[in-house]
Design a protein around this ligand. Sequence first.
Ligand code: HEC
Ligand code: HEC
Ligand code: HEC
Ligand code: HEC
Ligand code: HEC
Length: 478
Amino acid sequence: MSLFEHIKKHWLQPFFFLGKNPLSLIGGAAASAAAFVLIGFWAVNILGHAGSKNPYVGLVLFLFLPAIFLLGLIVIPIGIAIQRRKLVDTGSLPSIYPDIDFNEPLFRHALNFVVVATFINFVIIGIASYRGVSYMDSPSFCGTACHVPMRPQWVAYQQSPHSHVDCVECHVGSGFENYINAKMAGTRQLVGVTFDTYPRPIRAPLSELRPARATCEECHNPTRFLGDRLLVKTEFSDDEKNDMTKTILVLHLGGVDSLSHLSGIHGHHLNHIEYVATDNTFQKIIAVYAPGPNGAETEYVDSTWKGPVKGVRRVMDCMDCHTMAAHSFQTPRDALNEAMTSGIPSVALPFVHKEGLVLLKAKYSSQAEAGVKIKDGLETYYRTQYPAVWSSQSAQVEQAAQALIKIYDRNVFPDMHVTWGTYPDNIGHTNYPGCFRCHDGNHTSKGGQMITNDCSACHNLLDVDDPNPKILSELGFE
Ligand code: HEC
Ligand code: HEC
Ligand code: HEC
Ligand code: HEC
Ligand code: HEC
C-alpha cells in the first residue's frame, strides 16, 4: 500500500465519513471563515495604505480571529469523537469507511453546508472585525477604552493644539516591523489593563514615537520658521494683593532662510545633533554630538559627569523640545497664573494666589478627595482669616475653589501616580531643565568649546517682573 493510499484509508476516509456531523461542519466553517478574514486583513495591511496603524488592531489580528480559527479547529475532532462514540454505541461503525466520493449526495450536501456556512461566517466575522478595527482607530478609543492608564494623556491631549491629530499618527512607527511590533505592544498593553499589571505612571519613551519627519513635519514645514516671537508671561505674586507682573521676551525662533542659513532656536537644531542620556525620560544628558567644521563631529561632555559616557543615544528632533505638543501638562504656578489672568480666581480675594498654590500642591489620595479638600480648605481659610471677605464674597470664593479643582483634575491623577512634574516640559529652563540639559554652561568639548549659555542667543529679555511694562504699550498691546 502506498503512503497516499495509507493516509487516505486510515485518515481521510474516516475523517470525511465521521466529519459529517453538525458540530464538525460548523467548526470547519468557522475556522475557514476566520482564516479568510485574517488573510484579507494581512493582504490589505501589507499591500495597501488602507491598513490601520492602530496598535489595538492586534486585538483582532492576534486574539479574536485566531481564537475563532482555533476554536473551529478544536471543535472538528470533538464532533468526530462524539459521532464515533454514537456509531460505536449503536453498533453501526463500519469496519471499512466508504470511499470519498464527490458524487455521493450526502457528501455533497455536507460540502454545500460548509461552503454556505463559511460564507455566512465570513460576512459576520468580517463585519465584526472591520467595525472593531474602525472603532479602535479613533482617538477616543485610545484615550478612554484604556480608561485608567491613559486618562492623564487623554485629558491633556484634549487641551492641546493637536487634539485633532490621531494618537496613532505620532505613536505608531511606520514600516512593517513597527506595524507588527505595535500590534504586539497593543495586545500586551490590553493584557496589562485586563490584569492590572501596567506601570504607573505610564511612559512612552521618545524612542518609541514615530520620527518627527513622519509626524510633525507632515504638517509643520521646518524650513518655514523664520524670525522672532514675542512671549509675554503674566504672573501673580504671593502677597495679599496678588500683584500682577509681566515678563516680556523676544524668542529668537529662527529657522532656515532661502540661502539655507540655519539660525536661532529652530535652525541650530536642524543640523544632525545626537545625544546620550542616562535616564528613560531623557532629562540627564551627559554627552552631545554636533556636526563640526569639515564634516567632523564635536563631542560636548557634561563636565560634572564623572562616570563613563554610556546610555541611550538618540538623534534630536522636534519632540526633544516639544514634549508637550500633544499632552500639555502644566505646572501648578503656570496653571494658576493662566487662570487668574482670565479672571478666576479673582485677584480681589486676598492671598488667593498663595493659598491656591498650597492647596494645589498638597497631596491627595484621589481626584475626588482633592475636590472635597480644596473646596473645604479655601472656604475655611476665608471663613477664619477673612470673615468680612467670606461674608461679602463667598460666591467668588466658591468660583475660585472650582477653578482650582479644575486645574487639579486636568493635571494630577493620583490613581496613575501622575502628579506635578511627572511629565517634564522641555521648552524653556525655568520649570524643568529643558534647554539647560545641554545649554547649562557645563557641556564642553575637548577643544574648549561650550554649548552656549548666553541668554541673548535664545532671547532678549525686554522686561522682567514689571507691574507696568512700558514696552507693551509702546508696541501697541492692550
Ligand atoms: C502630535 C503628536 C502626538 C499625538 C497626536 C499624541 N501623542 Fe501621546 N505623546 C506624544 C509625545 C511627544 C509624548 C512625550 C514622550 C516623552 O515625553 O518622552 C507622548 C506621550 C504619551 C504617553 C506616555 C506619557 C509620556 O510622556 O511618556 C501616552 C500614554 C500617550 N502619549 C498617549 C496618547 C494618546 C492616548 C493619544 C491620543 C488620544 C496621543 N498620545 C496622541 C505625542 C503625541
Ligand atoms: C496633522 C497635522 C499636525 C501634526 C502631525 C502636528 N501638528 Fe503641530 N499644529 C498643527 C496645527 C493645525 C496647529 C495650530 C493649532 C492651533 O493653533 O489651534 C499646530 C500647532 C502647533 C504648535 C503651536 C502651539 C501653540 O500653542 O502655539 C506647536 C509648537 C506644534 N504644533 C508642534 C508640533 C510638533 C512638535 C508636532 C510633532 C510631535 C506636531 N506639531 C504635529 C498641526 C499638526
Ligand atoms: C531646541 C528646541 C526645539 C526644537 C528641536 C524644535 N522646536 Fe519648535 N519651538 C521651540 C521653542 C522654544 C518655541 C517657542 C516657545 C513657545 O512657543 O513657548 C517653538 C515654537 C514652535 C512652533 C510655534 C511657532 C509660532 O510661530 O508660534 C511650532 C509650530 C514649532 N515650534 C514646531 C516645531 C517643529 C515642527 C519642530 C521639528 C522640526 C520643532 N519645532 C523643533 C523649540 C524647539
Ligand atoms: C540635546 C542637547 C540640546 C538641547 C536639549 C538644546 N540644545 Fe540648543 N544647541 C545644542 C547644540 C549642540 C548647539 C550647537 C549647534 C551647532 O553648533 O550647530 C545648540 C545651539 C543652539 C542655539 C544657537 C546658539 C548660537 O551659537 O547662536 C540656540 C539659540 C539654541 N541652541 C537654543 C536652544 C533652546 C531654546 C533649547 C530648548 C528649547 C535648546 N537649544 C535645547 C544642543 C541642545
Ligand atoms: C538655550 C536657550 C536659552 C538660554 C541660553 C537662556 N534661555 Fe531663558 N528661556 C529660553 C526659552 C526657550 C524660554 C521660553 C520658555 C517658554 O516658552 O515658556 C525662556 C524663558 C525665560 C524667562 C521667562 C521665564 C518664565 O517665567 O517662564 C526668563 C526670565 C529667562 N528665560 C531668563 C534667562 C536668563 C536670565 C538667561 C541667561 C542666564 C537665559 N534665560 C538663558 C531659552 C533660553
